[in-house]
Design a protein around this ligand. Structure first.
Ligand SMILES: [Zn+2]
Length: 447
């Protein structure tokens, strides 16, 4: 069953949980959330909602749905392959970029669908209700449609950032006509407004000189997106000596609140200041930044400079999974470790990055990211009835340091129950994983 077809507008009363509203109301112990028409109608004590479906959250932690701010959902099909198809420690291991580009060339639209669908199911299981699908293997309109179909069926809130394809020649612009086509026909893909369109941009092409994109091309690409009123996202990573991308974009007059930059691990202090000056939001993906060797995440530096910061999965080829609890935990641990200070980044602050601040970086802070009347109903209820929890002490710290996706009891996105009693409502695990394995077998056979 596709979630899209389930009842979206029934009233729901999530009753008696410890509410981390991440909003002005603060924490509300033994609080209720009344959902009506897909929207949060009321938040408080002892709410009356005649006829509403009641979800008993007594003893649970209720929080806003977690917000991912950059994730290449399609390559979830290639989980575990970042060392190369041969894997292991052998001399022929190829690494993330070579493997991703090489296998990505052999994706058919159905493979993009299977990978994106597996990622969506994992996201819901992990309590993520918003994803930013950074689609950088669009080999034609059908590939974009396949990814969008998986997103629409999932029930998740999403930005779909329309990109290029792996191995796209760096002397050619991305398919800007296709981007304009999707923009013009967007209501057919937006799932009633749950999914919004953006552009995944190569920018200068990154730190590898062989991948450099001519300024005429990258400027034309971002101007096309801005001409359509679309938000843009770009990776800015790699060693500092070969980077300097933020300085380049600043000199080109391209920085702004509509240009999200990803990673920034090796940006100079001057570049971080330039980004802050232009209100440029940043996505930090601690596990992938560590795994690929970009160095330590620089969350504290970015926050100190006043930059809007969100957290991200990036790619499960490197992160392994989409456990946003783990992402929060490593974010805090790295920051405290870097600062040599136990209180450099609080659990509460890192939970803000994974909820309301992440939403802000995507321009969705008036829609999601906190439990407040008038927002769309995106929330999770986490049960402490598990070996790794067991007590309900400091709820924010429990979510950041102790919880895992298996503790997520309920997930509601846009007012639809996507996980209930620990089970996904829209997916059969056996079927989703079987079709992923079958799609991957096809990719490997063609490669
Ligand atoms: Zn990325």
């Amino acid at each position: 069953m596709a979630v899209e077809d389930s009842v979206p507008n029934g009233d729901i009363l999530v009753r008696g949980g410890y509410l981390l509203t991440m909003d002005q109301a603060g924490d509300i112990p033994d609080g209720d959330v009344h959902i009506s028409g897909g929207e949060i109608h009321a938040v408080g004590h002892g709410l009356d909602a005649p006829g509403a479906e009641v979800i008993d959250a007594a003893g649970m932690i209720v929080a806003p749905g977690l917000v991912d701010t950059h994730w290449h959902l399609w390559n979830t099909l290639l989980r575990g392959l970042s060392d190369g198809v041969g894997g292991g420690d052998g001399p022929d291991r190829s690494g993330y970029f070579v493997t991703c580009v090489g296998l990505g060339r052999h994706f058919l639209p159905g493979d993009t669908y299977a990978g994106t669908r597996l990622a969506c199911a994992e996201a819901i299981d992990a309590g993520i209700t918003t994803v930013h699908d950074w689609a950088h293997n669009i080999r034609g309109r059908q590939w974009a449609e396949a990814g969008l179909r998986a997103l629409a069926e999932s029930g998740l809130r999403a930005r779909f950032s329309y990109g290029y394809e792996t191995g796209h020649p760096n002397d050619q612009a991305m398919a800007l006509d296709d981007l304009a086509h999707f923009h013009a026909t967007w209501p057919a893909y937006s799932a009633g407004g749950r999914i919004h369109l953006g552009m995944a941009w190569r920018g200068t092409g990154g730190s590898n000189p062989a991948m450099r994109v001519d300024p005429k091309i990258y400027r034309a690409e971002i101007e096309a997106a801005r001409g359509l009123g679309l938000p843009v996202s770009v990776h800015a990573c790699g060693p500092r000596a070969a980077g300097g991308q933020i300085a380049t974009y600043a000199a080109d007059g391209l920085l702004g609140p509509d240009l999200q930059v990803v990673h920034l691990n090796n940006a100079s202090a001057a570049e971080v200041a330039l980004a802050a000056e232009h209100g440029t939001p940043v996505s930090v993906s601690p596990f992938t930044e560590l795994q690929i060797g970009y160095g330590q995440p620089v969350t504290g530096r970015l926050l100190a400079a006043g930059l809007p910061v969100g957290l991200s999965v990036d790619t499960t080829m490197l992160s392994g999974n989409a456990d946003m609890f783990g992402i929060m935990k490593v974010t805090q641990a790295c920051e405290n470790g870097n600062a040599c200070h136990e209180f450099a980044l609080s659990a509460r602050d890192v939970l803000r990055l994974a909820t309301i601040e992440g939403a802000r970086t995507l321009g969705l802070d008036s829609v999601t990211g906190s439990l407040a009347p008038g927002k769309r109903a995106d929330l999770i209820a986490v049960s402490v009835d598990a070996w790794n929890l067991g007590v309900l002490t400091d709820p924010a710290r429990l979510l950041v340091t102790a919880a895992h996706p298996g503790n997520v009891h309920t997930v509601i996105a846009d007012g639809r129950v996507l996980k209930r009693g620990g089970a996904l409502t829209g997916y059969e695990a056996a079927e989703v994983t079987r079709s992923a394995r079958s799609a991957l077998a096809g990719v490997l056979a063609r490669a």
